[in-house]
Design a protein around this ligand. Sequence first.
Ligand SMILES: C[S@@+](CC[C@H](N)C(=O)[O-])C[C@H]1O[C@@H](n2cnc3c(N)ncnc32)[C@H](O)[C@@H]1O
Length: 410
Amino acid sequence: MYQVVRNTKYDYAGQSYASLYPNLHKYPATMLPQIGIDVLTEFNVSKGKLLDPYCGSGSSFASGLEYGLSEMYGFDINPLAVLISKVKFTRVSVDELIKTRQIFRNNVFELLKNEDDTKKLKCPQITNIDFWFSKEVVTSLTVIKHFIDEIQNENIRNFFLIPFSETVRECSYTRNNEFKLFRMKSEALLNFNPDAIGVYFKKLEETLLLYTKFYFPKLENSVKINVQYSKFQPQDDFFDVVLTSPPYGDSRTTVAYGQFSTLSNEWLGISYARKIDGMLMGGTRPQRNISKGVIADFISHIQQVDNKRALDVSAFYNDLDTSIKKVASSVKKGGKSIYVVGNRTVKNVQLPTDQFIAEKFEENGFQHVITYERALSNKSMPCKNSPTNEAGKRVNTMLFEYIVVCEKIS
Ligand SMILES: C[S@@+](CC[C@H](N)C(=O)[O-])C[C@H]1O[C@@H](n2cnc3c(N)ncnc32)[C@H](O)[C@@H]1O
């Protein structure tokens, strides 16, 4: 058993993500940047290259920046996540953003004056578009997207896509309080008539204000944050610290990052938007269950009641294992890995993901330093779900998170 210490310092009761780096775009299961800042401080990781192999909306970069790191690398295979991280952590001239907004606004309103002109624009390929959007919203989104695509500078174009993606979500018939893609109830649809153009410009204004106030001042020219849309690409002995919060389990039965992002990704032109959950960790079921190491007994318990669920769980840990091998080889000797994870429950079996991570790092040239247990009260994700996958049956699956710290020794 790798040592776990309850550490209330890391609870941050009452604090939110927004208190440090307000989000420019919603994203599920974001990590509190405060965790990263305090853990980098405690283990004195004040220089070198930081890696986040599952960067999502980029909270580990916020932590790194706040603690003075200036070279960071992130990977994620959800295009929406990469877009959010890039926009938050790319330096773009605020004057240029304001100038572009003026031209963009004039173009949009000029075109809207003539209905026939709006009909000439081609709408992107969206699955079941009429099921998810009203005709008026489709027209407005098509006009906005048309003029965003005309912006030449990639960084500015990406910036304008952030409020666009938020508008897609907010003006669709999705239930906005769910991560999964569920349509609103029919009674709610009757009164739902959003003004997508108005929503977009309001969100563009808010994004600009938040970026200008909270992000731009931190993004000095020396800051280099490189975010890639891909699985982690290993580089031998390259990184000084890994700071990440990986998924807790496969996307189908835990947090559905792909479903949350589907409509946005489709409007952004991602043709395989509906396949993303299957591409994320644990997306492909293996032939056999894991039979070695700290996780084996737990999986065997699940297997006794439901072999398919056990195979899904094995799929996730197989992928995590493969990923840790690659990450471990990419860290320099003396470097640290910091994983913030939850131990989810499946079929009433609580899976010790924290122990699994420590074990895998130890198998790959690291020594476990400490695992801190923190009370989970701030994460923007449901801490209840149905471990049996039976509708309506909800039990607490996670009340704590674990901060697993290891150091590379060979
Ligand atoms: C817990 S979230 C990370 C949240 C992030 N710390 C934040 O604050 O936004 C986990 C992320 O892992 C990504 N992911 C899942 N499987 C992946 C894989 N095989 N390679 C890269 N990213 C993956 C998901 O798309 C998701 O964005």
